[in-house]
Design a protein around this ligand. Structure first.
Ligand SMILES: NC(=O)c1ccc[n+]([C@@H]2O[C@H](COP(=O)([O-])OP(=O)(O)OC[C@H]3O[C@@H](n4cnc5c(N)ncnc54)[C@H](OP(=O)(O)O)[C@@H]3O)[C@@H](O)[C@H]2O)c1
Length: 237
């Protein structure tokens, strides 16, 4: 009997959208590799997932650090082929350009853009060899539309869109799907240190957004939802 389940790697799985996607994919029968810096939170989620009858593997990852990504790759060797990568780890630093420090800019690029590149680079070779796989980029509405006081975040996400579009064209011939997801505001810890003039109560629910993304991941083999804009029915703030 073949009990090989599909395996999904989710970065930034400790909170918010990453956590919601990890729980939903587990309920759909995926084994999951949960990666972020906060190992305790990942272990709690892993415990929750064990109740669904799926396996999950927490791993302490810092996407800024190539060695950490390399360690994650080695860690997954005993687990098996990673069918789905979800590049979700990210954060937003919102301020006027005159207040934005160089280290803020570097951090935005390092986590949101370079981190997704590193994960993809380390994991796509196996997909190319197997001629199958799905790579998801959790981008943002800010990856297609510019907002003020967001220059570093917007730049990192526009860059991520360019990366995903280029990669999609390159990896088609290997039967690899590249999905770029562009949500509007979601009620998650993302907003905890952000001064916003709109309420978390009016934002989208992370479980609802995760549901839509999992639906895209589960699309039939010969179909790919290449770019997905997910917005409140009421529209942008
Ligand atoms: N919330 C929104 O309104 C919204 C809208 C559009 C797009 N997005 C995007 O959605 C994604 C998820 O955000 P969220 O809203 O779910 O926010 P969140 O709850 O703050 O989650 C961010 C995740 O990223 C992880 N992370 C941050 N830095 C990391 C690093 N250096 N290495 C590894 N993991 C790191 C965090 O885990 P640790 O702290 O444990 O490392 C956390 O799990 C982000 O890419 C964000 O840009 C969010």
């Amino acid at each position: 009997m073949n009990d090989k389940k599909k395996i999904a790697l989710i970065t930034g799985a400790s909170t918010g959208l990453g956590k919601s996607m990890a729980l939903k994919l587990s309920k759909k029968g995926f084994d999951t590799i949960l990666a972020s810096r906060n190992f305790n939170k990942l272990e709690e989620i892993s415990h929750q997932i064990s109740g669904f009858g799926s396996r999950s593997y927490p791993f302490m990852l810092d996407v800024r650090n190539e060695q950490s990504v390399n360690d994650l790759k080695n860690f997954t060797k005993d687990i098996g082929f990673v069918d789905v990568i979800i590049n979700n780890a990210g954060f937003g630093k919102f301020d006027e350009i005159r207040n934005l420090e160089v280290k803020d800019w570097d951090e935005q690029m390092s986590v949101n853009l370079r981190g997704s590149f590193l994960i993809t680079k380390y994991f796509c070779n196996d997909m190319i060899n197997q001629k199958i796989g799905t790579i998801v980029f959790i981008n943002s509405v800010a990856g297609k539309k510019a907002y003020p006081y967001s220059s570093a975040y917007v730049t990192s996400k526009f860059g991520l869109l360019g990366f995903s579009r280029s990669l999609r064209e390159e990896l088609r011939e290997y039967n690899i799907k590249v999905i770029s997801v562009h949500p509007g505001a979601i009620s998650t810890p993302f907003w905890e240190n952000v001064e916003a003039d709109f309420s978390k109560d009016d934002m989208m629910d992370s479980d609802n957004v995760a549901e839509t993304i999992v639906h895209a991941v589960l699309a039939p083999d010969n179909v790919v939802l290449e770019e997905i804009d997910i917005q409140r029915t009421l529209g942008d703030f």
